[in-house]
Design a protein around this ligand. Structure first.
Ligand SMILES: Cc1cc2nc3c(=O)[nH]c(=O)nc-3n(C[C@H](O)[C@H](O)[C@H](O)COP(=O)(O)OP(=O)(O)OC[C@H]3O[C@@H](n4cnc5c(N)ncnc54)[C@H](O)[C@@H]3O)c2cc1C
Length: 313
């Protein structure tokens, strides 16, 4: 049992960036690197994953154009049984979450999700991930001898580039009855705003308290020349449309200025904004995780700041 296996992720015929990031992450682990492409037509995708550092590409033909959980699960079980990698890397994505943990449980592999650091220390694999809303980071050690499946956080590694010289082989996997089928993609309803193109986001979170308070921050954003964005609870409550949500299940943004009012800085929120140019956070909790990524912060009631800013603009 040795080597690293990556399962490539693709959507509408295109390789998703997270796959290239997994290749970079795998570089630090040593051992032969195999990338599996599970697709109806794996050829073009196999070419796209032939990146520097990849030793072998294994294609698995399935009968669905797009991702389906049962065929991916069957393929991964067969790949792990046949290749016996000691580490399997998947993206921490909606797709991988739907079959990676199941395979880990069935094959009795070690498992961790949302991993943002990995290393081989001696014979062990050490994975770093956060707990308690990112208040602590923990290193999980997986001792030698048991295979491990890790779901790595997208954007935590830079994407691998440069052509590789991988060999391409095919693995036949018996089809499994699909309990769900991909039917179609439905475009999200058009939105009046694209928060990903704004240079200045004024972002509000649950700390604003009441729906009625949104108006104050919408007006302040307009006065300041900012675009209003929000954390997920504001969308979940039905107070604002999902087009304005920043984060893992919302939009990834990189404005010049990100001004956050009453946002705690949960990992899923940070995933969407932590590379912003200048991050300013306002929160009454000095331990809030948003301060870990903020360049400037104020531990103060957000309404008092909003009131003062209104006078200035
Ligand atoms: C699979 C998954 C995907 C997710 N995707 C996203 C995502 O895309 N985006 C996202 O945002 N979240 C996402 N979440 C939810 C995320 O885990 C958090 O629950 C969410 O980000 C918390 O939002 P918040 O910071 O607004 O609220 P809270 O965590 O409740 O924080 C509110 C903050 O406001 C502060 N506060 C309260 N009153 C005041 C005041 N008067 N003045 C100043 N500060 C005040 C508090 O101290 C607190 O820190 C996801 C979760 C899961 C499981």
């Amino acid at each position: 049992m040795s080597g690293v296996l990556i399962v490539a992720e693709h959507l509408q015929g295109r390789l998703r960036d997270v796959t290239r990031e997994l290749v970079t992450a795998a570089g630090g682990l040593g051992g032969p690197l195999t990338v599996a492409v599970i697709a109806r037509d794996p050829g073009p995708l196999a070419e796209a994953v032939n990146l520097s550092g990849v030793d072998e590409i294994v294609t698995v033909r399935v009968d669905s154009e797009e991702f389906e959980v049962d065929s991916s699960q069957a393929a991964l079980e067969a790949l792990v049984a046949e290749r016996r990698p000691d580490v399997t890397l998947l993206g921490f994505t909606v797709n991988s979450m739907s079959f990676g943990p199941a395979v880990a449980a069935k094959l009795e592999c070690g498992f961790a999700s949302d991993v943002f650091g990995i290393a081989r220390e001696g014979e062990s694999i050490v994975a770093t991930r956060a707990f308690y809303g990112s208040k602590v980071q923990a290193e999980l050690e997986f001792p030698a001898g048991s295979p491990v499946i890790l779901l790595l956080r997208p954007t935590a590694w830079s994407p691998a580039e440069g052509p590789g010289q991988a060999t391409v082989t095919e693995l036949q996997v018996s089809p499994r009855t699909a309990r769900s089928r991909h039917l179609e993609f439905v475009e999200a309803p058009p939105s009046d705003v694209d928060i990903t193109t704004s240079d200045f986001l004024l972002s509000i979170g649950r700390g604003i308290g009441e729906r009625e308070n949104i108006e104050q921050f919408a007006a302040l954003a307009e006065k300041m020349g900012a675009t209003l964005s929000v954390s997920r609870p504001i969308v979940d409550a039905g107070w604002m449309p999902s087009a304005r949500q920043v984060g893992q299940s919302g939009k990834t943004v990189k404005p010049k200025v990100y001004l956050a009012f009453g946002i705690s800085g949960a990992v899923q929120h940070l995933a969407g904004m932590k590379t912003s140019g200048t991050i300013i956070a306002i929160n009454t909790d000095p331990e809030a995780a948003i301060f870990d990524v903020a360049h400037y912060g104020a531990v103060i009631d957000l309404f008092s700041v909003a009131d003062e800013l209104e006078k200035l603009f």
